[in-house]
Design a protein around this ligand. Structure first.
Ligand SMILES: *Cc1c(COP(=O)(O)O)cnc(C)c1O
Length: 438
């Protein structure tokens, strides 16, 4: 490990320098030297970054704006009501709770309210892209709600509507969940909502992955099609701080869910997220459509380019993808675990993933890779860049070139793409400092 050189740093204790140095190396590698294709990640704008670094990160504000259990929150309250209003406008939802500190916490709060212990929920199986919080191993299990598997059609890579409707009518669950972690094509919200409502069940739409596409109007807003409540992460296609959110048009659901967020699942809601989330919401209002449009174009372009390079890309007969994701079957290249590691050695960061036809226990070495283009889109990449990325991937996984050689080229390539787009051009340190404490 090399020292970063400053003489003042070298006077610090070694155990401190180590931590700082690892952090610096992480920042340099992941921010400037790699092509990041993790589908659940993104970066904030420079302005949102600087708004994040505020004194609010040290404070408590249990309760709701202007009805807190602590003093000293008058400006936090003002920011939080603006977050609620801005996110409500973007999602066309009258009621927003931004306090869940993650998408999982948002799901926990909603599941807890809609399903009592011992009740049933109909949700897609894990191989079909369900999130761990949808399963007996995660939040659903912790709340002792039974997971009834939603019928899934691997051929169409989507919920099997006819079978799903029948199952919901038969099982009469407390709630149904749509939305997923592997998510190429929009789920049939309208049909499933009608079936759920016909047996008195609620429909939860988990928009963790596609929140930014919904805000940018390139993905159907589930609330327009009958979903009762939407949960999401605020840091995947929505390029905000890591956190969660709940949105609904149903006042009754909002009131009950809010009483579950605090005090069941959140005490302090990590207040420094709020200004950064508000900044991102305003950016999405002005630039979100252009961003989301380029994201879906890039995903399609990456899928087509990878297929042309000889990869097995899922969903060819369906046009590959309508989201930010592309899914590959890399069994011919040695499987998901091996492929993901080789790409990492080449400075291309992806994650291995179960494919719809994998057994659930193949989780350590699944057949697939899941790719997302949203972050590289934020850094200004377009369709032609997707062809270059596909070529890098072919050289590593099909031509079996030395990944370290490709890594050097990726590092060089990335140098042109380090500025965040689709945000206000307030990106000098001086401008940023207006909002910074330090
Ligand atoms: C990522 C994800 C979540 C929540 O993730 P957090 O890391 O807790 O924000 C929930 N549901 C789905 C479908 C997801 O992909």
């Amino acid at each position: 490990m090399q020292d970063s050189g400053s003489s003042r740093l070298s006077t610090l204790p070694k155990e401190l320098r180590e931590v700082l140095e690892f952090t610096r190396m992480h920042n340099r590698w992941r921010r400037f030297e790699t092509i990041n294709l993790i589908a659940s990640e993104n970066v904030m704008s420079p302005l949102a970054d600087s708004a994040y670094m505020s004194d609010m990160m040290h404070r408590y504000a249990e309760g709701k704006p202007f009805k807190r259990y602590y003093q000293g929150t008058r400006y936090v309250d003002e920011v939080e009501v603006r977050v609620m209003r801005l996110m409500g406008e973007l999602l066309n939802a009258g009621y927003v709770d931004p306090r869940p500190i993650s998408g999982t916490t948002a799901n926990a709060s909603v599941f807890r309210v809609l399903g009592a212990c011992g009740s049933k929920a109909v949700i897609a199986p894990v191989q079909a892209g369900a999130h761990v919080s949808h399963t007996k191993f995660g939040t659903l299990g912790a709340l002792c709600i039974e997971h009834i598997e939603m019928p899934y059609d691997p051929e169409r890579m989507n919920v099997d509507v006819d079978k799903a409707v029948k199952l919901i009518e038969e099982v009469k669950p407390s709630f149904v969940v749509l939305g997923a972690s592997v998510y190429l094509f929009p789920h049939p919200v309208k049909e499933v909502a009608e079936a759920a409502h016909s047996v008195g069940a609620k429909l939860v739409y988990d928009a963790a992955h596609v929140l930014g596409l919904i805000a940018g109007k390139r993905w159907r807003n589930p609330l327009d099609h009958g979903a009762d409540v939407m949960t999401a992460s605020t840091h995947k296609t929505f390029p905000g701080p890591q956190g969660g959110i709940i949105a609904t048009r149903d006042e009754e659901i909002y009131k009950r869910v809010s009483r579950a967020v605090f005090p069941y699942f959140v005490s302090n809601h990590h207040l420094h997220r709020l200004p950064a989330l508000a900044v991102t919401a305003v950016e999405m209002k002005y630039f979100g459509e252009a961003y989301a449009d380029q994201v879906v174009r890039n995903a399609r372009a990456l899928a087509e380019a990878l297929a042309a390079e000889g990869f097995k890309v899922l969903g060819e007969h369906l046009g590959y993808t309508k989201s930010h994701q592309v899914v590959l079957d890399v069994r011919p290249q040695g499987g998901g675990a091996k492929a993901a590691k080789l790409l990492e050695d080449a400075n291309i960061i992806v994650n291995k993933n179960l494919l719809p036809y994998d057994p659930p226990d193949a989780i350590k070495d699944p057949s697939g890779l899941r790719l997302g283009v949203q972050e590289m889109t934020r850094f200004g990449m377009k369709e032609d860049n997707m062809k270059d990325i596909a070529r890098f991937m072919r050289r590593v996984l099909i031509d079996r070139e030395d990944p370290r050689k490709v890594a050097e080229e990726v590092k060089e390539y990335r140098k042109e793409y380090t500025r965040v787009h689709y945000c206000f051009d307030v990106d000098t340190i001086e401008d940023g400092k207006l909002y910074l404490l330090y």
